[in-house]
Ligand binder design. Structure first.
Ligand code: NYM
Ligand code: MG
Length: 258
């Protein structure tokens, strides 16, 4: 079902993904864009409607599924259309909490499984209000990993899934989760894993299983084994649909709060 036929484009995008570290990169509108001022005006006018806002779009998947390079392609696509877009990622390794996480992932420190889970969650909480401000100001956020990674990776270690979800409750719910689906074996073939914790086939199989338990209505699954341009096109269409819906007006909601 999930046969893989990815090609030569992947290696160069791996390079991109390494450069794309732990930052909320703000990329302003392209100055050469011919309709810049009219598009800007359109966004401002739309913002007068109370619920008009940017979209919260999350990319999820196993390590090496291509999320990071697809995030950057999606950013460029939406920017070319004149939308205000920012690229975010979790963990955000720039904060104090993020540095603790980074050293844990690099196997430079040891932490109890529960403790690291809570640090990943805290790393999202420390960005929550900024995230809301950006969305309300009309900026779409493309987020490389979010709470689903938190729950999938920690519950793959054997932690109770409901316990894992609890600290995520009340964070902003994504408008769209783009799940890049790849069999763990195929992901492992993609240039091999780096030295980070979790980058092992056996463990990724467990993460794959945990992710399957997390699908909800906001999820759209894309076959990450398709050629990179095909994945890009599918993600672009889905994201654009979501961005226009949020622009027309959609209330923000909270994650896993019943
Ligand atoms: N990870 C990421 C978690 O275990 N919990 C989380 O909440 C998040 C956001 O960190 N293997 C794991 C998944 C990855 C690792 O992320 C680093 P990346 O996107 O590979 O840099
Ligand atoms: Mg990784």
């Amino acid at each position: 079902m999930r046969e893989c036929t990815f090609g030569r484009g992947y290696k160069s995008n791996l390079f991109l993904s390494r450069k794309f570290q732990a930052v909320a990169t703000h990329r302003s509108l392209n100055l050469n864009f011919p309709f810049k001022s009219s598009v800007r005006k359109m966004h401002l006018e739309n913002n007068h409607k109370s619920d008009s806002r940017g979209a919260l779009i999350v990319l999820e998947g196993l390590d090496r599924c291509g999320k990071t390079s697809q995030s950057s392609r999606l950013l460029s696509f939406l920017e070319r259309l004149g939308y205000l877009v920012e690229s975010w990622r979790f963990p955000d390794r720039n904060t104090g909490v993020g540095q603790m996480i980074s050293s844990y992932l690099a196997n430079e420190s040891q932490l109890d499984d529960h403790a690291i889970h809570l640090l990943f969650s805290a790393n999202r909480w420390e960005k929550r209000s900024l995230m809301e401000t950006r969305l309300r100001s009309g900026t779409t956020l493309i987020v490389d990993r979010y709470s689903y990674s938190g729950v999938a990776f920690s519950s793959a270690k054997g932690l109770d899934i409901e316990w894992c979800k609890a600290p995520e409750m009340g964070l902003l719910a994504p408008d769209l989760v783009l799940y890049l689906d790849i069999p763990p074996e195929k992901a492992a073939e993609r240039g091999g894993y780096g030295g980070e914790r979790y980058e092992q086939l056996d463990f990724q199989r467990k993460v794959d299983h945990s992710y399957q338990l997390l699908h909800d209505v906001s999820w759209k699954t894309v076959d990450a084994c398709l050629p990179i341009e095909d994945v890009e096109k599918q993600l672009g269409e889905m994201a654009l649909d979501c961005v226009t819906t949020c622009q027309k007006g959609k209330a923000l909601s909270q994650l896993w709060s019943s």
